[in-house]
Design a protein around this ligand. Structure first.
Ligand code: SAM
Length: 286
């Protein structure tokens, strides 16, 4: 049987079901079998692995995941895609939820499956318009997901994986690298999608760090300080913190000296550990 993720099969499925691609849901369907094979080779999926897919679309990635995994739990917001997916996949290895992923309780949905598994991995060609909220949701809410293989815009992939003092380093880089090891696993040209997006993509591999060595005393405050510190990127850390917390600049400068940091430093020059130390001293005085 011909594969789903090809140009001809995608076009014929769209025609057959009179389906119009919805921009508002970030629909860019993968139509390249080489790329699809490479994506599912990135994680070590075994016949005992539970894979969570966000946005199966027409099922091009789902088809490959079902070949390798024990079970696939897929969330699709577009109700018009459900009949197509149900017609395509007649297997009890797939659980399809017609839900907005951002509104789900992922760990509860996994538990409801009542299956055993060796690991839970998220694999998804993400809708670009909500890439960041999806990643942050998984990182903040799930205790079960241990790895994420995510197709994002190249620019977002750069942010997720960038190091301090580089142009792409921002609050997202810190939030992600505090909880995961982030690497770019594959670069993907825009030509392998229908419709082709305006930018190239990349697949990132995020591996959750099991035992985080250094944790902030107050995690929500840590995230808040990171966001506030990048509020105005060109301003110094002292100015951004002064604006957010209304603390005397003198006090903030003394804190930085205590932490062995330059008083003119900008957020982009601080490592994840620097932010944890900063958040701990601020926790004690705010
Ligand atoms: N996996 C398919 C592929 O690779 O061809 C489709 C990927 S497409 C970039 C993104 C998919 O996510 C679409 O099917 C879209 O309808 C779905 N989607 C968008 N927002 C969503 C949300 N909030 N929750 C679940 N699915 C969503």
């Amino acid at each position: 049987m011909s594969k789903i993720g090809t140009i001809s099969k995608t076009k014929s499925t769209l025609d057959k079901h009179d389906f119009y691609i919805k921009k508002k849901y970030g629909q860019n369907f993968l139509v390249d079998q080489n790329i699809l094979k490479k994506i599912v080779e990135i994680p070590a999926i075994t016949s005992e692995t539970l894979v969570v897919e966000i946005g199966p679309g027409l099922g091009s990635l789902t088809e490959h995941l079902l070949e390798k995994a024990k079970h696939v739990l897929a969330y699709e917001i577009d109700k018009d895609l459900l009949p197509i997916l149900l017609e395509t996949f007649k297997t009890d290895k797939l659980t399809l939820l017609d839900k907005d992923f951002l509104k789900c309780d992922i760990d509860l949905d996994i538990k409801k499956l009542e299956i055993t598994y060796d690991q839970v991995i998220v694999v998804a060609n993400l809708p670009f318009y909500i890439t960041t909220p999806i990643i942050l949701k998984i990182i903040e809410e799930s205790n079960l997901v241990k790895e994420m293989i995510l197709m994002t815009q190249q620019e977002v992939a750069n942010r997720l994986t960038s190091k301090p003092s580089t142009k792409d380093y921002n609050s997202l880089s810190i939030a992600i690298q505090y909880k995961t090891k982030a690497v770019i696993a594959l670069k993907v040209p825009r030509t392998v999608f229908i419709p082709a997006p305006n930018v190239d993509s990349a697949v990132v591999k995020l591996t959750v760090i099991d035992d985080i060595q250094v944790k902030p005393l107050n995690e929500p405050l840590f995230y808040e300080i990171v966001r506030a510190s990048f509020a105005q990127r060109r301003k110094t850390l002292v100015n951004n913190l002064h604006n957010k917390y209304n603390l005397e600049k003198e006090i903030i400068i003394n804190l930085l000296i205590e932490l062995d940091l330059d008083s003119r430093i900008r957020a982009e020059n601080l490592s994840v550990n620097d932010f944890i130390r900063l958040s701990d001293v601020l926790h004690n005085i705010l």
